[in-house]
Design a protein around this ligand. Sequence first.
Ligand SMILES: Cc1cc2nc3c(=O)[nH]c(=O)nc-3n(C[C@H](O)[C@H](O)[C@H](O)COP(=O)(O)OP(=O)(O)OC[C@H]3O[C@@H](n4cnc5c(N)ncnc54)[C@H](O)[C@@H]3O)c2cc1C
Ligand SMILES: *[C@@H]1O[C@H](CO)[C@@H](O)[C@H](O)[C@H]1NC(C)=O
Ligand SMILES: *[C@@H]1O[C@H](CO)[C@@H](O)[C@H](O)[C@H]1NC(C)=O
Length: 459
Amino acid sequence: MSRSIKYIQTDVNGAAEGQRRRVAIIGAGLVGSLAALNFARMGNDVHLYEYREDIRTAELVQGRSINLALSQRGRKALAAVGLEEQVLATAIPMRGRMLHNVRGRTSIVLYDPCTKQCLYSVGRKQLNEVLLNACDAFPNISCHFEHKLTTANIREGQMQFKVAHEEQLISTSADLVVGCDGAFSSLRQQLVRTPGFNYSQEYIATGYLELCIPAKNGEFQMPPNYLHIWPRDSFMMIALPNQDKSFTVTLSMPFEVFAQLKTHQQLLDFFRQHYMDALPLIGEEQLIKDFFKTRPQHLLSVKCKPYHFADKALILGDAAHAMVPYYGQGMNAGMEDVTLLTSILNEQLPLDEALAKFTESRWQDAFAICDLAMYNYVEMRDLTKRLSFRCRKWLDTTLFRLFPRQWVPLYNSVSFSSMPYSQCIANRQWQDRLLHKTLSFSLLASCLVAGAIYARRLR
Ligand SMILES: Cc1cc2nc3c(=O)[nH]c(=O)nc-3n(C[C@H](O)[C@H](O)[C@H](O)COP(=O)(O)OP(=O)(O)OC[C@H]3O[C@@H](n4cnc5c(N)ncnc54)[C@H](O)[C@@H]3O)c2cc1C
Ligand SMILES: *[C@@H]1O[C@H](CO)[C@@H](O)[C@H](O)[C@H]1NC(C)=O
Ligand SMILES: *[C@@H]1O[C@H](CO)[C@@H](O)[C@H](O)[C@H]1NC(C)=O
């Protein structure tokens, strides 16, 4: 597995010629494999260590491989390594939200009626495969699967890995250790112990579980080009289309509600009551099987700062800023980390300064998207049903249509632009102030009427 490793003398100060470093990347997920490509392109020797077996040859991926919404920030990062087209070729565009009410009626809220931008549903496994195949094409990236980081001495750049089927831990070292090892990052655990490192985590009381709406007669059972949402106050369900014409369904609800569904009958009654239209699509038997097969998963939000330690260690992606999944930005934000880092590293500053600059340029935006994701957790399950939300949405869309440059709605600036996340929030606050100040009562009233008509039409 682990090939013998050449040690390359590097210039500690890191300028020009000395740029060539031995970089260890922990985690070959979406962010780690993308980071590996970028470090290799900059001429470093990259070692990519992944706990799991190679996702490309792994026989069984537990559960169904989930799909993700890819938007502007992720696309931009993929484009930078020449992979955007390849990824989009098998992705499914989602032009808006399709809302399903309790009676099974649907209505559509387009993401961007003006410039027609959309989200793309991509399979996690397929995307990871594209990235890993690109890594294989680089002579200077070595992949080490089934290597689990157990301990690291970040001051010395020393790491120890547990290798599958082997008794003894293996030790290795690197000039720079980059943790892309996800929400429960082992490398972050080492950083937590360094003085001055701020860290907070929050579990929400909601868990999620994956279900599936299979293809029927080789066709999608619902319109494929939408992100389907069943908003139900304290809980909700969403579905994203897959390449094989199935949908991956994510049921999200408080753990206490999950706990109440103990028997097959209770589960079916619950679905008949809340997800009437989805039940026959999932199929009763399949629902029972999938629902009781696994426990609901926990969701976690993590904020920390700084993201680096001297010129020795760095964390990116979920390791640095795990968030609840309700804005569909976790992967996109993680990939944007890599875009930003690469542009800073290309400035050829001494490495410690470059890493410090990365933390300084990133933390506000990372905190902002964690907050936005938490906010959307409320919006998606609750507000999407409310008239005030639809009215605001309608106003946003109308103003966006009239002033496409000046008035970009929050969701659009987050998903379809590379505006820094913190600026997206500031922009929204500016819009709110302006609306409150300048909207006369008559305009508000007419908007309400129009909103009501619109909402009725959709119902
Ligand atoms: C239900 C759900 C839906 C989501 N939907 C979206 C979406 O629509 N759009 C979006 O942008 N984001 C979405 N996300 C977020 C997205 O999944 C994450 O932000 C993204 O996977 C982060 O990538 P990562 O590479 O940082 O971490 P991960 O994908 O978690 O990868 C970490 C890798 O590190 C490996 N690893 C862990 N520990 C070690 C160790 N000690 N040693 C070696 N390797 C290790 C793991 O095996 C894994 O391969 C969703 C998340 C969830 C839970
Ligand atoms: C890869 O590494 C070899 C030596 O290990 C070096 O000669 C070569 O220039 C490197 N390639 C790139 C693209 O950095
Ligand atoms: C950690 O948090 C404290 C209190 O909010 C703050 O004063 C300090 O600057 C933070 N440290 C870093 C590295 O951000």
